[in-house]
Write a protein of this length. Structure first.
Lengths: 171, 878
């Protein structure tokens, strides 16, 4: 039995960030505005994310108590919508296309370069807070494959070894 | 009613029933994987698809989701349906690991059964693997989300039935799984309902993991030995060990159990169980034989009878005895010992005996538990059901969730149910009745009910009306510091509702206020016309498994079995001729008087059966003094507890898992208690009473078996007349059961009152306490994880609730500089103090600390007196 258990992947423990209490107080306004109905959860989360950049445990807990919505439900909503994030965002979001066209044309190597040089995998944020990496499936620009977006900028026809020099333009 | 055919069988069902329910009535089985009768239909699995022909058109639709309509012709099986079901199953198998041979759920898995039934072979598409961690971090329950088929039943039962919402679907797509927020371990009720309802092995009870296949286990169906709700449960055993407890979907509780019922049975296996009798020799309790111990008891009590007369003996029983044992105990105490001094449970049955009975007729709940879900308004009077009676709490959750019932909570603390839609009225602890009387005043003043019509039906109405003069909502609200509108609102919601139920939970922590709460509730129900109808009336939930049965069998100072009074010659005569002896002709002492009597010397001998007053009664100091002062103390118990340590003779009693009999639940439901295959420790109370009475020279007192006692009960207690063991099936019988063809009654007073009319006594004088602002109030609380002091003997419940945690509100905690887990020191006026860990909770209001009283070690009952159930204490950081 234990052997079988060991074969299964280990649990990922999400990091707990500490938001100072005085900043957490800023949530009160959002709670006052939206408390009373579960339907208001999504707009409340949206504003909270605008405030803190992400939705860590403390923020979700406080919303849960303030809005009287069970914390597991809030977490379910946050993890369902890709718009919400529970880890801090980098200053720049890299959205690397791993769709079929881009993949065969080299986005796998681009990914490997980012992993190697920036030190982050898909879904992670670099320690210096510079980049958050996301993978997307087809940006609808297959003609430009491989494609990657950084913030609002689109970079196409990327030569994989050039990955880092492109990133250098974003500090 | 609508009429339709299912597979050619004609059925009529209630309007609003689903096609699935109609099929069940017709006896047609439709496969389901996401349906349970306790849940709102969801329509996720699509296995229940049926073909429906209506007005000439045939369509395929899910049976669980669609209402049955007149004239429908439903076909449950056809080649097309079979193949659609097969495809649905294949889609489920696409990402479900095919590791059935090593899966704990094999043989007890709905998916496996259906895949077998529908002969699913090779999958026509590629399989997709998911890799979820195996989550063993929670108590009792483990998660293996690789097996999940996303039926949502766990999430739904946790929200819709338990009202907990502890788990949710998290993440999306292939990564979707069931977990808590941030995948933390469970911090919930631990009811295990999610594991029980999971059709596969994705959520499982840890104790079943690696134990063996479910079908290898032997099964015994019995009644829960914890609270008074009487949930029916099935002990599943292997090698004479209970390994799992579950409940049949066809039981009155529909398969639902709370944490105590499901996981609490380990107390019976505790190392603290007594196996050998003890007799005090030279001041030390020493192991001895049954013969010696029993004759010591017989001669001890005989001596006191001879020297001081029978009235120098007091006997305390317990609401954990079976009906048969309680009946025999009553007989033993009243005839063999010859004393009227008999009581149980710190007289905590006031709501029934002094509340409901004088007004309505019977000291019993008027209606049944499953009616709560259909009531439009539920009024909770000092009933923190989440902690005291979790399965009744589920009913309130269902009523307020799916039926949008209003929940009115009158309590001294915020409860889980005060968060539901309705009104919360904060009262000083134990003064809930003041609000109820005030609601009555409002209803009558505003003529919301027809006063003259009521006056003609009720005895004592004028006097009652007069006695309400101080209960003006404005006055009561000002004294309590709340808004009078809350009382108006509550009164109007309750009185105008088409159906409304009042729920009260009794317990020794509420002994002081129970009677008034019961009286106020009965008056409110009667005057508002909410009695004698479905989903109306007053329910009083007892703390222990046979709280109702103990009253039915007369374990009080004044009663004989069947509610007859010792004082009443006719009632006495009946039992005198049945038992062929004289009976005491006046009421005896109650539990408090017995203990005070022992302290003052009037009581010389005390017989305690299944009762542990040192740990559970108010005023520990008095109890200890009383037991020290008494000449001869006999304790008959499962455990070597604080009371047993003070005894002269200790007789080991067996547990509810080791004996036969019946319990009567708080909905008057008489249900069987059956022994499991577990090795028996000690003797049953009935066996001991038999032996003692023979030793004490009353040979006519010899019951062959519990069934034998039940025969005598049915002969002598009118409302048990039609009860016999062979009639007590899974559903039991709800009294009154007049004869062997009577199936019992869901609710009382549908055809009038036993005394013809309702009697209202005057309301007591309004007397609200003033709390000094700088002192804290120590509120004795109950936690759902424990019950009395029995559960703390079992390992399982201690795992989730190991010690009494004082609960405080956040403003008090920050004022004292406290954080969760800090230790506080609580001191009373006399300088007694105790140290407790503290945690934040939403329950206590300001200047209150709520402490569960189940833990003997904390000696909480040192702080409370019989007439002062609440202590004012000083709280400081330790
Ligand atoms: S054990 Fe009960 S309360 Fe806890 S998650 Fe499961 S269903 Fe919900
Ligand atoms: S864990 Fe079980 S009950 Fe819950 S959704 Fe998955 S299969 Fe259904
Ligand atoms: S303790 Fe009460 S609610 Fe829980 S299972 Fe037992 S009878 Fe039911
Ligand atoms: S595959 Fe990358 S843009 Fe379409
Ligand atoms: S049982 Fe009807 S859709 Fe699952």
């Amino acid at each position: 039995m234990q052997e079988r258990d060991a074969l299964l992947k280990k649990k990922v423990v999400p990091s707990v960030e500490v938001i100072p209490p005085e900043r957490l107080k800023l949530l009160d306004e959002i709670i006052d505005k939206y408390a009373g109905s579960t339907q208001n959860l999504i707009p409340a989360l949206k504003e909270a994310q605008e405030l803190f950049g992400y939705l860590p445990m403390e923020v979700q807990r406080k919303l849960s108590i303030g809005m009287n919505i069970p914390a597991p439900h809030i977490y379910g909503v946050v993890t369902f919508y890709s718009f919400f994030t529970i880890t801090p965002r980098g200053r720049h979001t890299i959205r690397l296309c791993l769709g079929t066209a881009c993949y065969v044309k080299g986005s796998k190597e681009i990914l490997e370069n980012i992993i190697k040089d920036v030190g982050i995998n898909v879904g992670e944020t670099s320690e210096d807070g510079r980049f958050t990496l996301e993978a997307v499936r087809c940006l609808g620009a297959c003609g430009l494959a491989p494609v990657m977006m950084i913030g609002e900028d689109t970079h196409g026809n990327i030569h994989p070894p050039k990955t880092i020099s492109i990133l250098d333009g974003y500090q | 009613m609508v009429t339709l055919t299912v597979d050619g069988i004609k059925v009529s069902v209630k309007k609003g029933s689903s096609i699935l329910e109609a099929a069940q009535v017709a006896g047609v089985r439709i496969p389901t994987l996401c349906h349970d009768k306790r849940l709102i239909p969801y329509g996720a699995c699509r296995l229940c698809m049926v073909e429906v022909t209506s007005r000439g058109k045939t369509r395929t639709m899910p049976a669980c989701f669609n209402p049955a309509r007149d004239g429908m012709e439903v076909t449950s099986d056809s080649p097309a349906l079979r193949s659609s079901r097969r495809v649905q199953l294949m889609l489920l198998l696409r990402s479900h690991p095919l590791l059935c041979p090593s899966c704990d759920a094999a043989g007890d898995c709905e998916l496996q059964n259906l895949v077998f039934e529908y002969e699913v072979g090779d999958l026509p598409f590629a399989r997709q693997s998911r890799y979820f961690h195996l989550d063993n971090d929670s108590s009792f329950i483990r998660f293996n989300m690789n097996l999940c088929i996303r039926c949502g039943m766990c999430v739904r039962i946790c929200e819709e039935v338990q009202g907990q919402s502890e788990i949710s679907f998290i993440n999306r797509g292939m990564n979707m799984e069931v977990s808590t927020d941030f995948m933390r371990p469970l911090e919930c009720e631990f009811c295990g309902q999610c594991a029980d309802i999971c059709p596969v092995g994705a959520i499982a009870s840890k104790w079943l993991v690696g134990t063996g296949r479910r079908f290898e286990l032997s099964h015994v169906t019995t009644t829960c030995s914890f609270c008074g709700l009487g949930c029916s449960l099935t002990l599943e055993e292997k090698d004479q060990q209970t390994v799992y407890v579950n409940s049949s979907p066809d039981s009155p509780n529909e398969g639902s159990l709370c944490v105590k019922g499901r996981y609490g049975w380990t107390y019976a296996y505790s190392g603290g169980r007594l196996a050998t009798p003890l007799v005090k020799k030279n001041g030390v309790l020493t192991e001895t034989t049954w013969e010696e111990a029993l004759s010591a008891v017989a001669s001890g009590f005989s001596k006191i009878k001879k020297d001081h007369g029978p009235q120098a003996i007091g006997a305390l029983g317990s609401a954990r005895m079976t009906n048969e044992e309680a009946f025999a105990f009553n007989r033993f105490v009243r005839t063999v010992l010859g004393t009227a001094n008999l009581d149980h449970g710190a007289s905590s049955y006031g709501a029934l005996v002094d509340g409901l009975a004088p007004t309505l007729g019977y000291p019993a709940s008027t209606n049944s538990i499953r009616e709560i879900r259909n009531a439009k308004v539920i009024l909770l009077v000092g009933a923190d059901l989440t902690e005291t009676h979790p399965i009744a709490k589920n009913e309130v959750i269902m009523a307020s969730g799916r039926n949008k019932a209003k929940v009115i909570v009158i309590d001294s603390i915020k409860t889980k149910l005060s968060e539901r839609d309705g009104v919360f009225i904060k009262t000083p602890f134990g003064h809930e009745s003041a609000v109820v009387f005030s609601m009555l005043k409002h209803i009558l003043d505003q003529e919301i009910v027809d006063k003259t019509a009521i006056a003609s039906k009720i005895d004592g109405f004028e006097k009652f009306l007069e006695s309400l003069k101080d209960y003006d909502p404005e006055n009561v609200a000002t004294l309590m510091g709340i808004a009078p509108e809350l009382i108006h609102q509550a009164a109007e919601i309750y009185a105008k509702a088409p159906s409304a139920m009042i729920l009260i939970s009794e317990g020794s922590n509420r002994a002081m206020s129970n009677a008034e709460n019961g009286r106020a509730a009965a008056a409110l129900a009667v005057i508002s016309g909410h009695v004698g109808k479905e989903s109306c009336g007053v329910m009083v939930f007892g703390e222990k498994s046979n709280s109702q049965g103990a009253l039915d069998m007369g374990l009080t100072p004044k009663h004989l079995p069947g509610f007859g009074l010792l004082e009443d010659e006719e009632a006495r005569k009946k039992f005198e001729s049945l038992w062929k002896t004289k009976l005491p002709s006046s009421a005896g002492m109650n539990s408090r008087e017995i203990l005070e009597g022992a302290e003052s010397g009037a009581i010389k001998g005390i017989y305690l059966v299944g009762e542990n007053p040192v740990d559970t009664y108010p005023d520990r100091v008095l109890t200890e003094k009383a037991l020290n002062a008494a000449e001869f103390v006999v304790v008959q118990d499962m455990f070597f507890n604080s009371t047993a340590k003070m005894a002269d003779v200790v007789l080991p009693a067996c547990s509810a898992l080791e004996k036969e009999g019946s319990f009567t639940s708080s909905e008057r439901r008489i249900q069987r208690v059956r022994p499991s295959t577990k090795e028996k420790l000690g003797r049953s109370d009935l066996e001991i009473f038999n032996d003692l009475s023979i030793l004490m020279g009353n040979a006519s007192f010899a019951y062959d078996s519990p069934a034998d006692v039940m025969t005598e009960i049915s002969k002598s207690v009118e409302f048990y007349a039609g009860v016999s063991y062979d009639r007590l099936g899974l559903q039991g019988l709800m009294w009154p059961v007049k004869d062997s063809s009577d199936d019992g009654s869901l609710f009382l007073y549908g055809n009038g009152y036993p005394h013809g009319r309702v009697k209202l006594g005057p309301a007591p004088e309004l007397n609200l306490p003033k709390q000094e602002s700088n002192q804290f109030l120590l509120v004795p609380g109950i936690t759902k994880f424990h019950s009395g002091s029995m559960s703390t003997w079992g390992k399982s419940l201690l795992e989730v609730c190991p010690e009494p945690m004082a609960q405080m509100c956040s403003s008090d905690m920050s004022a004292l500089g406290l954080e969760d887990g800090d230790t506080i020191k609580v001191t009373n006026d006399l300088g007694d103090s105790m140290k407790l860990k503290v945690k934040w909770s939403r329950r206590p209001l300001e200047k209150q600390i709520v402490v569960p009283y189940h833990f003997p070690g904390s000696k909480l009952n040192k702080f409370v007196k019989w007439n002062e159930p609440l202590a004012e204490v000083k709280v400081e950081k330790a």
